[in-house]
Design a binder for this molecule. Structure first.
Ligand code: FE2
Length: 376
């Protein structure tokens, strides 16, 4: 049995040069935004929020914004081939392009990060409409992924200037998803530490947890991971890199099929994981399954939990404990045909960690999937 020793190191109290108010939205570049938005409404319970495209004066793309509580996803597709969005989809398939962060001052966020070595994606730019003004700037992170800084304190519109309200007569109910808990990046061999340094130096994040290949390995494959957090803990970015094993690391499979570094999974918080996962499964979301034996000695490993064991076993929900409490989590299968992006559903009951006690069972489940694709 594994002893659970990982605790979250509190960040120190020096002034935060990049105060972040949380994740503003996650934007996906996809092959077909209309259908992607429909899938996230149907399967995940997002609600129609806003639309931008030729009808709103945007000529090269169409974007659909959907929302559920504090979660906002945007699906953007290119309308023509000679276009950077089309190039992104050609290279990576559907995936996360923008991890947009909410800030008080997007001009200062850009100045602070670019003067610390961040590579500019977009200088601070003002966008206005009848509902006010939004300032957006951005820097590049791993792969072709971008952090946008969104300043919306002077804006009352539905989403962003350029968008109009998206009214739909098709409004499936929500599934209890609340906000982004963390977003994980997969980077190449020996690239974890350089990206840890980027988050420390350019964005003022702290490394709050580290996992080496002894923590995260199965008989066949391995990876390493470091969790980066901003000062107030609202934004957490674990960074994974592959490690040597007998067979191919799941991170390598991702890198092959995404054709480079990128976002591996987005963890979505719920306050009732049994209800949320029941709803998601009923709507066709597919989850990784661990062997039933995982549950036989679960309570010996994690101690008392408030939930009944049987729905957890039935749904395949995993449990882990750290010094501060416990968490419940489950992982979807990839949400597109390439084995790249997936989602985690997480309910925290005090625990601030990431489910280290589940890594082995989980990665064995991932390997069974890799094997079935012929990629192990
Ligand atoms: Fe995660």
């Amino acid at each position: 049995m594994e002893t659970i020793t990982n605790t979250v190191v509190p960040s120190n109290t020096t002034t935060d040069f990049l105060p972040l108010q949380g994740t503003d939205y996650v934007e996906f570049y996809v092959g077909n935004a209309k259908q992607a938005a429909h899938f996230y409404k149907t399967a995940f319970g997002f609600q129609s929020l806003a639309y931008a495209g030729p009808e709103t004066g945007v000529k090269d793309r169409a974007s659909y914004a959907v929302r559920q509580n504090k979660l906002t996803f945007v699906f953007t597709t290119a309308l023509r081939t000679d276009n950077s969005i089309a190039d992104h989809v050609y290279k990576h398939g559907d995936g996360v392009k923008m991890l947009a962060l909410k800030v008080e001052d997007a001009t200062d966020a850009w100045k602070q990060t670019t003067q610390r070595g961040g590579k500019s994606y977009m200088e601070p730019q003002r966008f206005t409409d009848d509902a006010g003004e939004v300032v957006i700037s951005g820097i590049h992170t791993y792969g072709d992924t971008v952090h946008l800084f969104i300043e919306r304190k002077n804006y009352e519109g539905v989403f962003l200037p350029g968008y109009r309200k998206w009214e739909s007569h098709y409004n499936p109910s929500e599934t209890g998803l609340l906000y982004v808990d963390h977003c994980v990046g997969n980077v190449g061999w020996n690239q974890m530490n350089p990206w840890v340094k980027f988050y420390e130096e350019v964005m003022g994040f702290k490394n709050i947890l580290s996992f080496d290949d002894n923590d995260i390995s199965t008989e066949y494959s391995a990876l390493m991971s470091k969790v980066m957090s901003n000062g107030n803990g609202f934004v957490k970015f674990p960074i994974n890199e592959p490690a040597e094993g007998k067979k191919k690391s799941q991170v390598e499979e991702y890198l092959d099929f995404y054709n480079g570094e990128g976002c591996q999974h987005v963890a979505l918080a719920t306050s009732d994981i049994v209800q949320t996962v029941t709803a998601l499964q009923n709507r066709g979301v597919e989850f990784l399954k661990v062997p039933n034996s995982y549950y036989d000695d679960l309570l010996d490993r994690v101690g008392h939990i408030d939930e009944d064991l049987s729905p957890l076993r039935e749904l395949g929900i995993l449990v882990d404990r750290d010094d501060e409490g416990y968490l419940l989590q489950i992982f979807t299968k990839p949400v597109e045909d390439r084995p790249t992006l997936f989602f985690e559903i997480i309910q925290r009951k005090g625990a601030k960690s990431f489910g280290k006690g589940n890594f082995k069972a989980l990665f064995e489940a991932i390997e069974r999937e890799q094997e079935s694709r012929g990629n192990l």
